[in-house]
Ligand binder design. Structure first.
Ligand SMILES: NC(=O)c1ccc[n+]([C@@H]2O[C@H](COP(=O)([O-])OP(=O)(O)OC[C@H]3O[C@@H](n4cnc5c(N)ncnc54)[C@H](O)[C@@H]3O)[C@@H](O)[C@H]2O)c1
Length: 388
């Protein structure tokens, strides 16, 4: 049975920059990517592919032996730093790049964030395209134009807003993702879907076929054999969910491209709890998505107590997250102590101009609230499991 993927294209305008997202089944060709730029002719324009050691085979296949060698960076968050940025800029300079040259990032959120940053500052702005290869990248990082690197031990301390002109999301590359990466990315999908005011939340019945996928990954991760029918079903569900997430995130970012209002901040649903949990568990102990999923459940508890999240919706979201195999109980078992959690939460507050902001699921979509100092004890109680 052949997968019948329809290419889905979304066109967005983020401030004055247009961005087209193409959700496709297979890895795009070099010509396909170049053809999204009217002014680029395939043989003369220098193109630099940036990837990491896990995505270099995908980048090499697209490069098709043409142009400068790949710029291959180390994989993972630890490589999201100034040195990597310098490596990209230096590779571009050595390739004779000018402003009309094209950077193509092939990878997850780390590679697209860094390449986006490099492209935005190279001669004050070069051309940019992404081939997103992780679930988190497709559902979140590759859409909306935030770029950056971690610096002075602060995540995304330096960065710009610079959307890629074209973004490709070849769903079949997700087959090689380890289950923990699928699970991490999927939490961001759940988050984005909760923000959608126009449709009902997903039902457990719809997501059931993904439970095994999030636990064990795709059956045939090397991609050497044809996927079985269960994998095909899982891929099709993922493709649909990625597509819905792109649409919702794209709309939110169009309304507030540089997070000057409150719209874009809604994408941080679950993140205040999640950041404090990640810090209190020790860096790298939990995946970001695991922490976000737990944070969404705690946001539901907070919303229920404040009378913002209807009881039935809070219950539905929380059981969906639990049924998908995420930890939902408070305190989270990875949390070293509730004191460590509160220290991290208050540190986050300091970084955000002394205001504690939470995104809370409402009757439909979600709303942003600010907590005053008197309410901080409530967060402590929720995180400690005293309000379940
Ligand atoms: N710009 C934004 O709006 C935005 C939004 C959310 C997250 N982010 C950023 O995204 C980053 C996290 O992204 P991520 O989770 O994609 O991390 P990542 O880019 O580090 O990828 C995770 C791991 O998967 C590997 N990988 C990538 N594609 C693969 C494939 N097809 N098969 C097998 N392995 C593959 C990578 O090499 C890496 O080891 C963070 O730095 C975060 O700050 C940015």
């Amino acid at each position: 049975m052949c997968l019948d993927f329809l290419t889905m294209n979304y066109h967005f305008k983020f401030k004055d920059r247009e961005s087209t997202v193409r959700i496709i089944q297979n890895i795009p060709t070099r010509e396909e990517i170049l053809s999204s730029f009217e002014e680029i002719s395939s043989d003369n324009t220098p193109v630099l592919f940036v990837c990491d050691c896990h995505t270099k085979h995908i980048a090499e296949r697209i490069r098709d032996g043409k142009g400068p060698p790949l710029c291959i960076l180390e994989a993972g968050e630890k490589a999201k730093n100034l040195q990597s940025l310098e490596i990209i800029l230096n590779a571009a300079k050595n390739a004779g790049f000018a402003r009309d040259s094209l950077f193509i990032a092939v990878g997850g959120g780390v590679i697209t964030d860094m390449t986006g940053f490099a492209a935005s500052i190279y001669m004050r702005g070069a051309k940019l395209s992404f081939v997103s290869t992780t679930l988190l990248g497709m559902a979140d990082a590759a859409v909306g134009g935030k770029t950056g690197i971690d610096y002075f031990e602060r995540k995304n301390l330096a960065g710009t807003f610079y959307p890629a002109h074209s973004v490709y999301m070849p769903i079949s590359v997700l087959r090689s993702l380890p289950p923990e990466q699928l699970k991490s990315g999927f939490a961001e999908i759940v988050k984005t879907l909760i923000l959608d005011k126009e449709s009902d939340d997903l039902s457990w019945e719809e997501l059931k076929p993904l439970k095994d996928l999030l636990e064990n990954g795709f059956e045939n991760r090397t991609g050497s054999e044809k996927p079985n029918s269960a994998s095909e079903t899982q891929e099709q569900i993922l493709e649909r969910l990625v597509s819905v997430s792109v649409k919702i995130k794209g709309r939110i970012v169009e309304a507030d491209p540089e997070e000057t209002g409150e719209q874009r901040a809604l994408l941080n649903l679950g993140h205040s709890f999640a950041h404090a949990l990640e810090s209190s568990a020790g860096l790298g102990v939990l995946s970001h998505g695991e922490a976000v999923a737990w944070g969404i459940v705690q946001s539901c508890v907070l919303g229920r107590i404040l009378g913002i999240t209807p009881e039935s919706r809070a219950r539905k979201i929380s059981s969906l997250i639990k049924d998908l195999g995420y930890q939902s109980m408070a305190p989270h078992p990875a949390m070293q102590s509730i004191d460590a959690f509160m220290t991290a939460l208050l540190d986050d507050k300091k970084k955000k101009n002394g205001v504690l902001r939470f995104i809370i699921p409402a009757e439909r979509g979600a709303v942003l609230i600010r907590l005053d100092n008197k309410q901080i004890g409530l967060i402590q109680d929720i995180a400690a499991g005293a309000c379940a």
